[in-house]
Write a protein that binds this ligand. Structure first.
Ligand code: FES
Length: 107
């Protein structure tokens, strides 16, 4: 398997309802992951871009969170409708989607 150009980690952590930290799983991470999987497959990018569900990345209060390497860019409050721009603008064209990047005080 060739080394991927990018690795996308989608926080898929879930916690019980009422937990003080909340979780990305409770705020829509599942649909974000499914959209990445669907769109990367449709663009035939799964050989170049790795996609992984991961546990808590830290800033649960701004989830769902998506971390992209090798840049180490964290996207926060990601919705399924944001996935196309992250793929097309960042992963393909190399220009991060600035409005969705986590604030500097968080990441
Ligand atoms: S649960 Fe996703 S960052 Fe903590």
């Amino acid at each position: 398997m060739p080394k991927p150009v990018h690795h996308v980690f989608v926080c898929s952590q879930s916690r019980p309802e009422g937990h003080p930290r909340g979780s990305c799983g409770a705020t829509g991470a599942g649909s974000v992951y499914e959209k990445f999987a669907e769109m990367l497959a449709a663009r035939q990018l799964l050989g170049q871009i790795a996609l992984t569900q991961t546990g808590c990345l830290g800033p649960c209060h701004v989830g769902p969170n998506v971390l992209v390497y090798p840049e180490g860019i964290l996207y926060s409050s990601v919705l399924a409708e944001d996935v196309a721009s992250i793929i097309d603008q960042h992963l393909i064209d190399g220009s991060p989607v600035t409005p969705k990047m986590a604030p500097a005080e968080i990441w």
